[in-house]
Design a protein around this ligand. Structure first.
Ligand code: RFL
Ligand code: PHB
Length: 397
């Protein structure tokens, strides 16, 4: 197939994950042209198993982008989560604690498929297998992005570059040396994540604290479960045969004679390390960072995808403002606007992670603190409302 390689555009978007694809959609709706360059192939991008929970603001942004038809048909609204700890079970009810807010179960894979299909249907440039290797001129009048496609080098000139290329991307490296700072925390545990052809045994997500470690029961659809177990860093998924996974999930989730998970074939199994990271600022001249390229959260708070969406919603609005008024004011405020929300999500994700995970050797004192914090959520409407407000997401700036 012959593919055209645009030589110039207004905005070069690096990465076709949720951040890059949604930004491209929002820019297109505002009449701004952009080119999306993605290093991997379409299949890989569409099949990558990741997030499953969308905040209210994320769903509203997708609706405004005209990208929520299937989400509105197939997404599953959830009005709460369940916390299990110390032999107890406590449900946090979102709408009553937040003035009506909720979340949706809709897989990131499906959101990505929807956005890829829309961009291709619009006939707008989206190149797969086109890795960017250099970003130049971010402090000049125009900048240049260099990438490879079908074995040849190409150059794209643009007014702005947005790095939506994830934690390991190139955009962050293009920031001037000494001009940015990264704040990081690495956790002493990982998650073993599995997808199973088995109907979820519960209506809502269950987050479990136990002496054996953390477990999370989530879902993808009425017939597919998504399940997570806290494991040691560097754990090999091969050491976790299916039976061992199911037994451990049941033990941590508090199965007894009356309740246990529905078992079925496990179709995907992987280990993911947990990390928190924020790079400041999120803008350097004509270069903007969005989503995982700028920040990472451990998945316990279900915030990563939602932060990627709120970043690009702020950025798309700033570009639209530039287009209609000629003012760069909102673009200049982009980093400060986003970082406020990013740090709130970082704190919530850190708190959820450190409250729910247990280290085999942790002092009994730390376990008592965790249980006290969970008991507080279960008994104080203020503590429960704080969790519910953070989980369902603060209103978009
Ligand atoms: P992505 O999705 O990593 O996309 C970046 C894209 O950039 C491409 N790329 C390049 N392209 C061109 N040139 C280069 N040089 C490039 N370098 C990289 C990559 O191939 C890729 O396609 O970042 P984005 O768009 O910022 O989206 C972020 C989200 O993917 C991420 O935050 C979430 O998945 C995190 N997360 C969750 N977030 C939630 O909000 N709710 C959840 O329930 C949730 N669960 C999760 C998660 C992440 C997980 N993992 C695997 C880390 C569960 C898991 C298991
Ligand atoms: C998921 O369904 O993948 C999921 C849900 C909630 C989390 C993390 C992951 O906190």
């Amino acid at each position: 197939m012959t593919v055209s390689h645009p030589r110039q555009t207004t905005v070069a978007v690096i990465g076709a994950g949720p951040a890059g694809l949604l930004l491209a959609r929002l820019l297109h709706r505002s009449g701004l042209d952009c080119v999306v360059l993605e290093s991997r192939d379409r299949d890989y991008v569409e099949q990558r198993q990741r997030a499953g929970i969308m905040e209210q603001g994320t769903v509203e942004t997708l609706r405004e982008a005209g990208a929520a038809d299937r989400l509105d048909r197939e997404g599953i609204p959830h009005d709460g989560i369940e916390l299990r700890f110390d032999g107890r079970s406590h449900r946090v009810d979102f709408p009553s604690l937040t003035g009506g807010r909720r979340v949706w179960v809709y897989a990131q894979t499906e959101m990505v498929k929807d956005l890829v299909a829309l961009r291709l249907a619009d006939g707008e440039p989206l190149l797969f297998e086109a890795p960017v290797h250099a970003v130049e001129g971010i402090d000049a009048d125009r900048c240049t992005v260099r990438y490879t496609h079908q074995g040849r080098e190409h150059t794209l000139t643009c007014d702005y570059v947005v790095g939506c290329d994830g934690y390991h991307g190139v955009a962050r490296q293009a920031a001037p040396r000494g001009g940015s700072r990264t704040f990081e925390r690495v956790y002493p545990y990982s998650w073993l994540g599995v997808t199973a052809e088995a109907p979820p045994a519960y209506d809502e997500l269950v987050y479990a604290h136990s002496d054996r470690g953390f477990a999370l029961a989530s879902m993808r659809s009425p017939s597919v479960s998504r399940l997570y177990l806290q494991v040691a860093n560097g754990e090999d998924p091969a050491d976790w045969p299916d039976e061992r996974i199911w037994d451990e999930l049941d033990a941590r989730l508090g199965a007894d004679g009356t309740w246990h998970l529905n078992r079925g074939p496990i179709t995907a199994k992987s280990v993911l390390p947990m990390r928190s990271s924020v790079t400041e600022p999120m803008r350097h001249g004509r270069l903007f960072l969005a989503g995982d390229a700028a920040h990472i959260v451990p998945p316990t708070g279900a915030k990563g995808l939602n932060l990627a969406v709120s970043d690009v919603a702020v950025l798309a609005r700033a570009f639209a403002h530039l287009r209609t008024t000629g003012s760069t004011e909102q673009l200049e405020a982009y980093s400060a606007t986003c970082l406020r929300r990013v740090w709130r999500a970082e704190h919530f994700s850190y708190l959820m992670t450190t409250t729910l995970h247990t280290d085999p050797g942790q002092p009994g004192f730390d376990t008592r603190l965790q249980l006290s914090q969970l008991d507080r959520v279960a008994t104080s409407p203020f503590a429960a409302a704080d969790l519910a407000e953070n989980y369902t997401g603060l209103p978009f700036a």
